[in-house]
Design a protein around this ligand. Structure first.
Ligand SMILES: Cc1ncc(COP(=O)(O)O)c(C=O)c1O
Length: 559
């Protein structure tokens, strides 16, 4: 080769390398653009920052004054807190005593107790406003603790309770009677399973079903199948969406190791669609339709309620349009579209989110309420995606087992649940469901506005979130006033209220009255006093300053 040719070849090779590098850079930039700007959208950075945050607690003085109120407001707060603390001590005495006995040995309880409120307030609250962990009974839409206190249940038992606790008690009993003769035999099936498979195929509009023990496992299996069949590595989940606690779907805070094969992208965004159209490594897109209530935000727990920037708003038409766009791009690119209906399945409509939004997925996961009160996870899918082996490659399999999968008692309770779903009484519960619950939310909001309370609710049918209309550092206190009024909330507090479909008008009216009374008491006690100059931004900046000061305080450093 002469020098001229060699130079030409060198140029050509250089140009090829440069073109590849530019193309790679472009794809990388597109990926960055499709990430949400928040820390929730940047899992790796969020984990790094989380490790740097030092622990510090407000003492009794700071606890009531962290937003710089006049002394008389701090005194009001103090008096209100003491009153609440005494009421808790007396009213929940036995429940709290039993909780204290076991707390030391139940790690889950220690965790949830520590994360009910922003960490600076946590120790003081844990000492003076104990939330008992025991209940004695349930009935109608209420639960009763060990002291005999009756609460309206707004926990929804993590979403399991769609039809009311009495219904599930009955479901489990009927199921148990059906399979008693077989008992806990595993590996073989009770014949109850046949009906479940048939009904789940009809409901999902898909060809096959697999049974697991929890929603987390169902999601694991759906993603594993998508990777196996597409021979691609990555899953796409949307910013803030919860899909259980398996590492690959929880790449941010909470998971000690990075999830290398997960992309967390922006919900309802053209930039995300561009990434899906372009990349070749995406096996599946995982959608939790609950995000429609707060796209790109994490589960709204009160432990992160440091100011009033939490928002909620559900637009059914816009979200359905987004799902349609996702459906189209997934079909075009051979990406498996998975609807994770573990939470919402059977809550919005008998046919789940697919029916409600009018969009079909390739794989659907169900769980929670489908077990008729017992633990469950289910994957439904298209035949070619559900297959766990290849006819032409006998050693290349997609493994999934689970000792307790298809447990006779679970299958039997599910059998009752699915059979009842078709009855006129159950169908009646779904009639005008959205209209009923939207009107109830509006009615409560109207009352809150009329009373001049800085609180609002937003809802996706029977799933509600509370948000706050003026900047404050103390919104999380509302959960304790609500409890004092006889409303039971889960450990994430006012972030999520879950109603069962059997709430009557009278039940709801009682809840609304108690809700307003709680908010009024909190306002009277001065917690919503506001420095006119305060904004959510200035509150966050103030907290950041505190964190930095504690991080670098002599003797307080933790590397
Ligand atoms: C959408 C969704 N997927 C998966 C899960 C995990 O289900 P489980 O808690 O049964 O493992 C949950 C639980 O809340 C969920 O809401």
């Amino acid at each position: 080769m002469d020098i001229g040719h060699a130079t030409l070849a060198l140029y050509a090779a250089g140009a090829a390398v440069a073109t590849t590098a530019v193309a790679k850079l472009k794809t990388r930039l597109e990926l960055s653009k499709a990430k949400h700007w928040s820390l929730t959208g940047h899992a790796r950075m969020a984990r790094r920052i989380a490790r740097l945050v030092p622990s510090y607690q407000y003492d009794e003085v700071q606890f009531f004054r962290c937003d710089g109120p006049p002394e008389e407001v701090a005194a009001k707060r103090h008096a209100g807190f003491v009153r609440l603390s005494q009421l808790y001590g007396e009213r929940f005495a036995e429940t709290n005593r039993r909780t204290a006995e076991v707390a030391d040995g139940i790690s889950d309880l220690q965790f949830t107790d520590a994360y009910r409120v922003p960490f600076q307030f946590s120790r003081f609250v844990q000492t003076h406003l104990k939330a008992g962990a025991f209940l004695q009974s349930s009935s109608g839409v209420t639960v009763t603790d060990l002291d005999g206190n009756r609460f309206y249940d707004l926990t929804g038992s993590y979403g399991v309770n769609v039809f009311g606790y009495d219904y599930y008690k009955d479901c489990m009993e009927r199921g148990q009677a059906r399979v008693r003769e077989l008992g806990p035999v595993l590996g073989s099936y009770h014949s109850a399973i046949a009906y479940n498979v048939q009904r789940l195929k009809e409901i999902s509009g898909l060809d096959e079903v697999s049974f697991h023990m929890s929603g987390t496992e169902a999601v694991m299996q759906a993603v594993r199948l998508a990777r196996y069949h597409t021979r691609r590595t990555h899953l796409v989940r949307f910013c803030g969406a919860y899909h259980g606690w398996w590492g690959d779907v929880q790449p941010g805070v909470g998971n000690p190791v990075p999830a290398h094969e997960t992309y967390t992208l922006r919900d309802m965004s053209e930039d995300t669609l561009r990434v899906l159209r372009r990349r070749r490594d995406i096996a599946c897109v995982l959608v939790n339709p609950l995000q429609a209530l707060h796209p790109n935000a994490g589960a709204p727990a009160d432990s992160s309620l440091v100011d009033s920037s939490r928002r909620g708003h559900f637009d059914r038409v816009a979200y359905a349009a987004w799902l349609e766009q996702l459906r189209a791009v997934c079909s075009e690119r051979g990406i498996v579209l998975i609807f994770d209906e573990v939470f919402l399945g059977f809550r919005l409509a008998p046919g789940g989110a697919q029916e409600y939004f009018g969009v079909r997925a390739d794989l659907v996961t169900y769980g929670k309420t489908l077990g008729g009160g017992l633990p469950i996870g289910v994957v439904c899918g298209r035949k070619e995606l559900m297959k766990r082996f290849r006819d032409d490659r006998p050693a290349d399999i997609c493994f999934a087992r689970g000792t307790f999968n298809s447990h006779p008692y679970v299958m039997a309770a599910m059998h009752e649940f699915l059979r009842d779903l078709d009855t006129p009484q159950m169908r009646e519960l779904y009639r005008d469901l959205d209209a009923v619950w939207n009107e109830r939310a509006e009615r409560l909001n109207r009352r809150l506005r009329e009373e001049g309370l800085p609180v609002e609710v937003a809802n996706l049918s029977t799933v509600w979130t509370v948000f706050y209309t003026q900047p404050s550092r103390y919104n999380w206190m509302l959960q304790y006033y609500l409890r004092a009024e006889g409303l039971a909330l889960s450990w994430i507090g006012t972030g999520r209220l879950i109603f069962s479909l059997n709430y009557t008008e009278a039940d709801f009216a009682a809840v609304a009255a108690r809700f307003v009374a709680a908010a009024k008491a909190m306002q009277r006690d001065g917690w919503w006093w506001r420095d006119p100059a305060a904004t959510n931004k200035s509150i966050k900046r103030g907290i950041l300053r505190e964190i930095i000061a504690h991080r670098f305080a002599p003797g307080d450093r933790k590397d």
